[in-house]
Design a protein around this ligand. Structure first.
Ligand code: 5GP
Length: 217
């Protein structure tokens, strides 16, 4: 309780009406609802940063940001960790590295997981690694990534995931730090995309049927 699975969003959560918030005009017909407003994402991220500091403070860590979807969460999480580090007696030396994964086409997970920019991960050798991912769905991506990271012999590996979907046949393990546990719905915004669209949306929203058709490739 209090953290393992993060804040639990129930299956019947309808989200908030779009017109209760601001969002880019060009997406006005493309979204169903605001599922997680930007403010609560930030507040939850701030707390995750503190949990991470409590566990890893006084260590050197390598933050491994999983692109592209993880860039916003990673940037905000790192920012909160920096603030905590400045304002406390713990100082955690952070390096930030990036890895790019691609597995989705439209709203379907594909079997092929591409790891781009994986060559120079030798910096992870002997280090405490914090993998930062925006969303864990089936867990296949995380499992493959963990396996890959382990080959570089890090001292320790922790995973922070902003969103974890409740899926029936979830395979892999849960991240060590979870922002929200959400129902099995396709969400966009806060750097999460649908065919590269919606990264310029600050709330996490549910895409509408019209939006799915409009940006299908
Ligand atoms: P998994 O391997 O866990 O099934 O899939 C994880 C990856 O699929 C994530 O890193 C993300 O790129 C993508 N993904 C899964 N669910 C969603 C979703 O609801 N919205 C978006 N935009 N991407 C998702």
């Amino acid at each position: 309780e209090g953290g393992v699975g993060g804040i639990v969003i129930k299956d019947d959560w309808p989200g908030y009406r779009m017109d209760l918030f601001t969002y880019p005009e060009h997406y006005s017909e493309d979204l169903e609802c605001v599922y997680l407003p930007h403010g609560i994402i930030m507040d939850r991220t701030e707390r995750l940063a503190r949990n991470i500091m409590d566990d890893l403070g006084d260590h050197d860590i390598v933050v491994l940001c999983v692109l592209k979807g993880g860039y916003q969460f990673c940037a905000d999480l790192v920012e909160y960790i920096k603030t905590l580090s400045r304002n406390s007696n713990k100082s955690l030396l952070m390096r930030v590295d990036f890895i790019r994964l691609k597995s989705y086409l439209n709203d379907q997970s594909t079997e092929h997981l591409h790891i781009v920019g994986a060559e120079d991960l030798s910096v992870l050798n002997g280090k405490n690694v914090l993998i930062v991912e925006a969303i864990v769905d089936t867990g296949k991506t995380m499992k493959a990534l963990l396996k890959h990271v382990e080959t570089f012999r890090p001292k320790m590996v922790k995973v922070a995931g902003l969103l974890v979907k409740r899926v029936a046949n979830g395979v892999g393990s849960l991240p060590d730090y979870v922002g929200f546990e959400i129902p099995n719905r396709f969400v966009v915004g806060y750097a999460l995309d649908y065919n590269e669209y919606f990264r310029d949306l600050n709330h996490i929203c549910v895409i509408s049927e019209r939006g799915k058709i409009k940006y299908k490739i």
